[in-house]
Ligand binder design. Structure first.
Ligand SMILES: Cc1ncc(COP(=O)(O)O)c(C=O)c1O
Length: 343
């Protein structure tokens, strides 16, 4: 389907677009095994609004405004990039924001994303991870009722903004990527990204088909596993097709890779911190230890194993996460100290 035929839902202009696509010359020489590694800088969608979430929020917040919903309610880990982006978007639009946050361990790190949630004026509730699931549903119910009573009705946004509204952000990003590939002279590529709640991968996978991109989209799971994500992506896509008549009823074939999870969501092995350090020194681009660092690690492991020997070009989508670095200060400083010793 030609891109001009896709009718997008209402959208706000929140992200700084298009984001650059550029070559990583030294990373290609170091890990590319003869291939060119490119980076799509979705970490440059904004300053505090950095990352993939703002693309989704362009459609989500437009829907909230159209429906007269003046509070954005959402959820995620204490260091959620999505919650931070939602809190900032709400402030930027003069809306209210409430975030339900999961404490993944005993000590809640108040720095990074959580600090920005608070700076942006979001109200918050913290739940222990053992109470997540049912707890978040109940918290959403309480927040929705309180917002109604206060005369500022809420839009309830699921984890990561990954729903049939949010996926439009990356259907549109695929259209942008099509022009990037033409401008860079890339005929065929693998597009790799971190997958956490799957909206980015769903949107890009669908967008690649809709906009006829010569690419395979590969998600590197940072939690759960490939079966779980492939099932979820197919289900989210079916829900999107059911909601939006302009989307064709095609079957998606999502590709998710498993070996990026490591010790679990939000925790990383020393190899990830070492990789973040090395890439920052090589290219001046920091990744984060929760999403992009793990995905890049999975990607270079696959390149080394010959998994992508059928393509000359790899595009890594940098989905942001810079503020997540600050709650991993100790491990990162250890990695930089080891890098100095090794020099
Ligand atoms: C920095 C970063 N990269 C990647 C992802 C994964 O995106 P998605 O939740 O759409 O799978 C997220 C959010 O979960 C994120 O914050």
């Amino acid at each position: 389907m030609a891109s001009s035929l896709i009718e997008y839902p209402p959208r706000l202009d929140l992200a700084r677009l298009p984001t650059p696509l550029h070559l990583l010359p030294r990373a290609s020489a170091r890990w590319g095994a003869g291939k060119r590694i490119w980076i799509k800088r979705d970490d440059l969608t904004g300053s505090a609004l950095t990352g993939n979430k703002v693309r989704k929020l362009e459609f989500i917040a437009a829907h909230a405004q159209a429906e007269g919903l003046t509070t954005l309610v959402t959820c995620g880990g204490v260091q959620s990039n999505h919650c931070r982006a939602t809190a900032l978007v709400a402030a930027q639009l003069g809306l209210h924001c409430h975030v339900v946050l999961r404490a993944d361990d005993d000590s809640v790190s108040t720095t990074g994303n959580f600090l920005l949630d608070q700076l942006a004026g979001a109200s918050f509730e913290i739940l222990p991870s053992a109470q997540w699931g049912r707890g978040v549903k109940e918290a959403f119910g309480r927040a929705e009722a309180a917002c109604l009573r206060a005369g500022r009705p809420a839009l309830l946004i699921p984890t990561g903004g990954s729903d049939s509204l949010g996926i439009w952000g990356y259907i549109a990003a695929a259209e942008e990527l099509r022009s990037d590939l033409v401008n860079a002279g890339i005929d065929r590529a693998t597009v790799a990204l971190a997958t956490g709640s799957a909206g980015t991968q769903t949107g890009l996978t669908a967008g690649a088909v809709l906009h006829e991109l010569p690419v395979s989209v590969v998600g590197y799971a940072v939690c759960d596993d490939s079966n779980w994500f492939n099932t979820r992506i197919s289900a989210d896509w079916r829900a999107s097709v059911a909601r939006w008549p302009q989307l064709p009823d095609i079957a998606l074939a999502p590709i998710t890779r498993d070996h990026s999870v490591g010790p679990g969501y939000g925790r990383a092995d020393p190899a990830i911190y070492a990789l973040i350090t090395e890439l920052t020194r090589l290219e001046g681009i920091p990744l984060d230890p929760v999403y992009t660092g793990k995905a890049f690690y999975g990607l270079i492991t696959d390149i080394e194993a010959g998994h992508y020997d059928d393509v000359d070009d790899i595009v890594f989508v940098h989905t942001g996460g810079i503020f997540g670095l600050f709650s991993h200060e100790e491990q990162l400083l250890k990695a930089t100290a080891s890098a100095l010793v090794a020099e």
